[in-house]
Design a protein around this ligand. Structure first.
Ligand code: SAH
Length: 404
């Protein structure tokens, strides 16, 4: 398949500072530009880089060259040298598919097939929504391999449509070979809003204009869990976006669900997603800033059997970590005050810079500060289609607390 013209690549030889070399030997996939001490020739996006041991001169890893990123080399193969050819890409796609197989045996036809670095494909995301494959590229390194990738991703998923999404960085720098964000590169997309199933619950995603690839697949397991807990319950879903938790709760038989988000458009999607399913409960939307909205609900004396708080990433940069922790603490305190006696507070974080143990500690101390005690019901991390193979890959954590 030819999505873009063929692009030739070169082979580079590189040696690293000892500290960086140590990380690579441990399987870390990133090499920053200032870690390179020797490089034989200039590189272009996607050129194959072989990393040699600075003393013994033997192969330690290979990766792809990215002149547009401070992470100059993104590693794809460690320890043992391999021919990086079409078969190599096929084998990695098959490995990734194999990991997701148990999920595909459930009533689910939406999944992340490739999760970047964690599937040996740095900066390459492939999400499937029913028959539509959405590829999101975060790096120029993929253009030389895109024709192969699309061909084999179609073969393994049986998707009939492929949409290409490009990160902002990709759109702002360098050649993109005639493609653009949201381009349908294979098949015909009848409707940019694609309907799909997640554990038997229907959702829709705008695969052309939606955030990332159109939907957040990562919380699938937690949404199912909230759905199971929600029978005959009242539920508050804070930072609801397109209603992931809300719709599972309604489907699970919740009496009443409030979806709260600052974005009217997100809440419109939540309403539409709910309507794709059969449910008897009442669904209300609340357009508000979460911190203000939660305080208003507290002031009104309201309480809910289940409160879910799943904010966006608060710490995209190192400098934002302290503020992020304060944000999590405030949310846990607000949430704890809104849970009815013996109700459940579900607190999630998707900031990779705030590690799981720290997030749970902040959440738990903050609940206690409101004068309420709790029992930990469950702590969850990534669903199986978001495997983790390096520390920075881990971002999602979610605690379930029964609040007395
Ligand atoms: N829980 C969702 C995903 C949340 S994404 C799911 O399961 O799919 C984060 C959401 O937070 C976005 O919809 C965004 O509009 C919303 N948001 C960001 N800042 C906010 C704020 N201050 N108050 C309320 N919502 C906010």
């Amino acid at each position: 398949m030819k999505i873009i013209r063929d692009i030739d690549t070169k082979r580079l030889a590189v040696k690293l500072k000892p500290s960086a070399e140590k990380m690579v030997k441990r399987g870390h996939p990133w090499i920053f530009e200032d870690s390179i001490i020797k490089q034989n020739i200039d590189g272009e996006p996607g050129d194959l880089v072989i990393i040699y041991d600075h003393k013994k001169n033997n192969f330690i890893a290979c990766g792809l060259y990215d002149p547009f990123s401070p992470i100059r080399i993104k590693l794809i193969q460690f320890g043992k040298s391999a021919q990086i050819n079409e078969e190599w890409f096929v084998s990695k796609i098959k490995e990734a598919y194999h990991i997701r197989k148990p999920l595909l045996e459930t009533d689910t036809n939406s999944y992340r097939l490739l999760f970047g670095e964690n599937d040996h494909m740095p900066g390459f995301i492939a999400d499937v929504y029913d028959n539509v494959l959405v590829i999101k590229l975060y790096s120029h390194i993929w253009f030389p391999y895109l024709n192969w990738m699309v061909t084999h991703l179609i073969a393994i998923t049986s998707c009939t449509v492929v949409v290409l999404r490009l990160s902002r960085l990709l759109q702002s720098k360098g050649e993109v070979y005639g493609v653009s964000d949201g381009k349908v590169v294979y098949g015909t997309l009848e409707n940019e809003v694609v309907i799909f199933r997640e554990h038997g619950v229907l959702f829709s995603a705008n695969v052309i204009k939606g955030h990332k690839t159109g939907y957040f697949l990562d919380h699938r397991h937690n949404r199912k869990r909230v759905g199971e807990l929600a029978h005959m319950k009242t539920v508050l879903d804070v930072f609801s976006y397109a209603g992931g938790f809300s719709v599972h709760a309604l489907h699970g038989g919740a009496k009443e669900v409030i979806s709260l988000d600052i974005s009217k458009h997100a809440l419109q999607m939540a309403t539409e997603n709910a309507e794709l399913n059969n449910f008897k409960g009442k669904h209300t939307i609340m357009v508000a800033d979460a911190f203000e909205g939660l305080q208003d609900l507290i002031n009104k004396g309201l309480q809910f059997d289940i409160v879910v708080i799943d904010p966006p990433s608060f710490a995209k940069r190192e400098s934002e970590i302290a503020k992020a922790k304060k944000g999590y603490s405030r949310l846990a305190k607000l949430g704890a005050q809104l849970v009815s006696p013996n109700g459940i507070l579900v607190l999630a974080s998707c900031s990779s810079r705030v590690i799981a143990d720290e997030f749970f500690m902040i959440s738990e101390e903050s609940i206690l500060e409101t004068g309420r005690s709790f029992e930990i019901l469950e702590k969850t991390y990534h669903d199986i289609d978001h495997p983790i193979t390096f520390p920075e890959g881990a971002y999602l954590k979610c605690g379930y607390y029964r609040v007395q």
